[in-house]
Design a protein around this ligand. Structure first.
Ligand SMILES: *Cc1c(COP(=O)(O)O)cnc(C)c1O
Length: 398
């Protein structure tokens, strides 16, 4: 049974929602994965910013396995100890006082929409329920999250969407201020747009958004699903900008590959959720929570985060040098270990050329090569990835 046979079988029975790379992966370890032919790849996608501590992390595997043998699931009708400990860890490490757990990013963004609407209605009245979101944003594929996503292409075929979402350009404070009226309850945005092409906030922009929210009594909701959990060199990206949101969503890297999402909020806002207002059958199951606790302890270590920042600087300098060699690279953007190379041409051939050489990278928005290496990446592995990327660029743009 070769890779091609698996691909043919998959394409017959799996819904065709993804443009998958023609790779059948069977094993991972640290920054590397292997396909079913035994070929090794350096993984600079990390499960889309999920496996921040690398593949098959022994501590996380041990924590999950121990919990698997003890208690797997009882539902949220009861208390379980890993859930309590994880919520304590997350609140100790963040601005938040309370946490709600679910299983994915989209799901916690849904929960954020419900929480903000309920809080704002109870406080200000029935008409206050609209969200200001950003053009080019990404918040997930379920209806609420999709309705908050400012990219038309994801809406195609799914109308009517959830009402109550308006869009303004990212990095445009005056447009945001103009969009505010008495019906707006919250501003929802990613501190750095990930899927949108690794778009960074201009200096002072996020602080300006915070100030505007304070002046107008709006909730600031940060979607840190991709930027959170150490990806940018701080545990949460907003910490780079000296501000805190009222509500934040996390998922991707939270349990290093096991599915978990978390909605975090201040006491004041979180009080709007009371028994019966929201729920998740699997939320914070003991196995996932035990894995997440272990991951969070490693990711939040100040020395670990300092190393991510140092590696990020190194990657930044290396990518800027690469840009000097290849005029096809229009812009190099990023923070920590989240980087995008905007090309003047389509990125897919570069992704393919990298893969052929044993390097996995992602392309978003057709022309932005996105690099999301595991945060544990060593300098030799960073260099190897850069060398393979350069070889791929040479091959595609000789
Ligand atoms: C990936 C992502 C989501 C969606 O998360 P899922 O777990 O796929 O539902 C939402 N917001 C951002 C910023 C993301 O990067």
């Amino acid at each position: 049974m070769g890779s091609q046979d698996w691909i043919i079988r998959a394409d017959k029975v799996v819904m065709q929602t993804y443009g998958r790379q023609p790779l059948v992966l069977v094993k991972g370890q640290g920054c590397r994965v292997w396909d079913d032919t035994g070929k090794e790849y350096l993984d600079f996608v990390a499960g889309l910013a999920v496996c921040n501590l690398g593949h098959a992390h022994p501590d996380i595997a041990r924590a999950a396995a121990a919990q698997l043998e003890k208690l797997v699931h009882v539902s949220n009708l009861y208390y379980t100890t890993p859930m309590v400990e994880l919520a304590e860890d997350l609140t100790r490490l963040s601005f938040a006082d309370r946490v709600f757990f679910a299983n994915s990013g989209a799901e916690v963004n849904e929960a954020a929409v419900k929480l903000c609407r309920k809080y704002s209605r109870e406080r200000y009245g029935e008409e206050r329920y609209r969200f200001i979101c950003m053009e080019n944003s990404f918040h997930g594929r379920t209806f609420g999250a999709l309705s908050a996503t400012g990219q038309r292409k994801f809406w195609q075929g799914f109308h009517p969407l959830l009402p109550g979402f308006v869009f303004v350009p990212f990095n445009d404070l005056p447009a945001l201020a103009r969009a505010v009226d008495d019906t707006v309850c919250a501003v929802l945005l990613e501190p750095i747009q990930g899927e949108g092409g690794v778009c960074l906030p201009d200096p002072g922009y996020l602080q300006g958004v915070r100030r505007l929210c304070d002046e107008k009594g709006l909730l600031l909701v940060l979607d840190e699903i991709q930027t959170g959990l150490g990806r940018t060199g701080e545990l949460f990206a907003h910490q780079h900008f000296g501000l805190a949101p009222d509500v934040m969503t996390l998922a991707k890297g939270l349990a290093n590959g096991l599915p978990m999402g978390a909605l975090l909020a201040t006491e004041e806002v979180a009080r709007a959720f009371v028994p019966g207002t929201h729920a998740s059958t699997f939320g914070a199951g003991p196995v996932i929570a035990a894995a997440a606790r272990t991951a969070l302890a490693l990711l939040s270590d100040p020395g670990f985060l300092a190393a991510v920042r140092a590696k990020g600087k190194y990657l930044q300098n290396s990518l800027k040098s690469l840009q000097e060699k290849f005029p096809v690279i229009k812009e190099v953007r990023g923070l920590g270990l989240m980087w995008g190379l905007e090309l003047a041409r389509e990125g897919a051939p570069v992704v393919n050329a990298c893969r052929e050489r044993g390097l996995l990278v992602n392309c978003t928005q057709m022309n932005v090569i996105r690099l999301l290496p595991p945060l544990i990446v060593s300098e030799p592995d960073l260099n190897r990835g850069l060398m393979l990327l350069e070889a791929a660029l040479h091959a595609v743009f000789p």
